[in-house]
Design a protein around this ligand. Sequence first.
Ligand code: FAD
Length: 413
Amino acid sequence: MSSFTLDLNDDQIAVRDWLHGFAADVIRPAAAEWDEREETPWPVIQEAAKVGIYSLDFFATQSFDPTGLGIPIAMEELFWGDAGIGLSLVGSGLAAIGVVANGTPEQVGLWAPQMFGTPDDVKVAAFCSSEPDAGSDVAAMRTRAVYDEAKDEWVLNGTKTWATNGGIAHVHVVVASVDPALGARGQASFVVPPNTPGLSQGQKFKKHGIRASHTAEVVLDNVRIPGDCLLGGKDKLDERLARSRERAAAAARGERTEKVKNAAMATFEASRPAVGAQAVGVARAAYEVALEYAKTREQFGRPIIDNQGIAFTLADMRTRIDAARLLVWRASWMASNNKPFTSAEGSMSKLYAGETAKWVTAQAIQILGGNGFTREYPVERMHRDSAIFTIFEGTSEIQRLVIARTLSGLPIR
Ligand SMILES: Cc1cc2nc3c(=O)[nH]c(=O)nc-3n(C[C@H](O)[C@H](O)[C@H](O)COP(=O)(O)OP(=O)(O)OC[C@H]3O[C@@H](n4cnc5c(N)ncnc54)[C@H](O)[C@@H]3O)c2cc1C
């Protein structure tokens, strides 16, 4: 008997259909309004919390699907509904991953539930890594975390930018440099608890797309947090820093050091397919609108899909969407089954799905003609939204860099 199948099991089908219903009935009808308002869609988040979609439990259950498909299926359906609202619904989950990836079980148990609040009092969370001068170049991060031993407190100073839910979050996860000389290996993640003095929202960005998702700067001005807000704990950090310093010293002496596994890279490979799945959802949504339009819009006495120029475009759109989904599913399956990403398959899936969403949504506008160019139809919004997928969670260029370096083993620049 073959163990390979692309058939979804009954649980996966049930979750997919449930989310699709929520996306069609609740998210879609609200999409244009929140895009125009450029605000966090709190009523939709509350609705999602009431039915159990906006909850730690839901994200955890999907994450533990042993096939790896729980998260990509959920992402595709929610973002099929709308990407801006979709990001507002999953942004806290992405911040929670920051705690789960680095925190102790006690820290996860304490902070992850607070990131979502309760259905009667919903909260959001933010993950703050990017800075004005440290986007793709994460090692250039300037935000500093200094340990005050006398008080067992960490003091954070710096400016974060582009933080989804930044400033409106109940809990902020902040990446900061503990030892700048070690670059990315000298960084650590911290939880900033609710209402901590010194943390404030800077500029809120007015964006091209995903406008229902709040994006802002986060200013950290002498933010004092308890020692146990360092994710993973001080002993683990001290051990890691000591190892990195030894390696740096050995390298300075010209000694060859054994190649260490880059844990951050492994985490990115595992998380990028989720973003790829979001892109697949947007692409599929635009394709469906374009297909329907092409079958019903008549010019020259026949539906426009009767022209090969239109029909072949739709064929290519669907082919690329299916290829993107298969890359996403492969990488998600690999992550859940602890397969090594020997060809950067996670980055591949995000690269291809992101580029596909941008291309497919542009084709959809073309197929809808003048209507595609207006806000009467959703494809112009979908096209604006799709542009984010080649930028965040690593730009397309950075995905190509990672793939090329992984394939060649060379430090390609
Ligand atoms: C809406 C939105 C939400 C976001 N949410 C978050 C969040 O929640 N938390 C967070 O920490 N960050 C977040 N980000 C930040 C996002 O991850 C960064 O924007 C992204 O990493 C790119 O960084 P940058 O904008 O500084 O671009 P840069 O790094 O300045 O890149 C500019 C251009 O140069 C290219 N480039 C850079 N280096 C190379 C190279 N070596 N080779 C080839 N090309 C290169 C890039 O690909 C890009 O085309 C968000 C961004 C946006 C727009």
